[in-house]
Design a protein around this ligand. Structure first.
Ligand SMILES: Nc1ncnc2c1ncn2[C@@H]1O[C@H](COP(=O)(O)OP(=O)(O)OP(=O)(O)O)[C@@H](O)[C@H]1O
Length: 293
């Protein structure tokens, strides 16, 4: 479904992506997590054919998406600042969706507009942030594109609407399995939906793994400097803070019974780090990893 190999892209002399490789050949709901400026939006634009790679290969359902009309039948990208016409209301957006997507599901589009209680005759540019997100979710899901990409799809949604979004996305996926890629800065917001996550850092994908596996990473140790230091050996430390004789560290290792036993033996507190904290520390710039030491 998506086959990206050694992909690089620059805006003039700004390198946005470098040597990105990503393969996914089955229907899946997958997340794209990265900090500001890491390259998520650029990658989504390249997958949907809005930009041309400088180097490397990109195929979506076997076709090169750049400047390729056929790609519209395979990929839909709902951007964070989606370029809706200033003149459009909901009805216009639905008509546009129906015109450009051969798998378009009008019934689903209408149901979602009703469920989100979006006013059909109001200009989209006058919508609140949450309402703009809802119309993008509607267009993205009703497109039923084999590859559907949504940039920050929980942006501006309140807790109730976010729950509605989870439910409709999962129902729609179950009924019509496809590759759905969702980007976010806050993994907690999309974790219930995603089977895998691609972690984007410093212009490339540094991990692409099952979320259940990634969730197991991040060992947080706290205790006296001496006892904490006796534990971590050669493990990669991704966060380190010292306060007098106390030390807290986060280690890039899977949390397991062996770590628990060893920590207990030397009287060190041990916890599994929350996934968001782990990812933030994992992707800190090198020089800033130990800034609290
Ligand atoms: N039109 C542009 N012209 C020049 N540089 C750009 C342009 N768009 C993005 N960039 C740069 O490319 C890099 C990647 O940006 P991108 O928007 O892909 O990141 P992102 O992960 O989506 O960020 P955010 O989470 O803040 O939206 C950044 O250094 C950014 O400044």
């Amino acid at each position: 479904m998506i086959d990206i190999h050694n992909l690089s892209f620059s805006y003039g002399d700004v390198t946005a992506l470098e040597k990105v490789t990503l393969q996914e050949d089955k229907p899946i709901i997958t997340g794209l997590w990265g900090r500001n400026g890491s390259g998520k939006t650029t990658l989504m634009k390249l997958i949907s054919g809005l930009e041309k790679p400088n180097q490397g290969k990109i195929n979506v359902n076997g076709i090169n998406p750049y400047n390729n009309k056929e790609a519209m039948n395979h990929v839909t990208f709902m951007q964070e600042n989606h370029p809706f016409s200033d003149l459009w209301d909901v009805e216009d957006a639905l008509r546009f969706g129906a015109f450009f997507n051969k798998n378009w599901d009008q019934k689903l589009g209408d149901e979602l507009i009703d469920m989100f209680e979006l006013p059909r005759k109001k200009k989209i540019k006058q919508f609140s942030k949450g309402m703009q997100t809802m119309i993008k979710i509607t267009l993205g899901l009703a497109s039923k594109s084999p590859v559907t990409i949504m940039d920050e799809p929980s942006n501006g949604l309140d807790a109730h609407m976010r729950k509605q979004f989870y439910d409709v996305l999962l129902d729609s996926y179950e009924e019509h399995p496809r590759l759905i890629m969702l980007s976010t800065h806050h993994i907690d917001e999309l974790e219930p939906l995603c089977e895998k996550i691609a972690v984007v850092d410093q212009q490339t994908i540094i991990r692409y793994e099952e979320i259940e596996k990634l969730k197991n990473y991040g060992v947080h140790l706290s205790g006296s400097v001496e006892s904490v230091e006796s534990l971590f050996g050669n493990s990669k430390i991704i966060d380190k803070r010292k306060l007098g004789k106390q030390m807290n560290v986060m280690i890039d290792e899977p949390f397991n019974a062996d770590w628990e036993r060893r920590a207990k033996e030397v009287g060190v507190n041990i916890e599994k780090a929350p996934l968001q904290d782990y990812l933030v520390n994992l992707t800190k710039k090198e020089g800033k990893k130990y800034e609290h030491a």
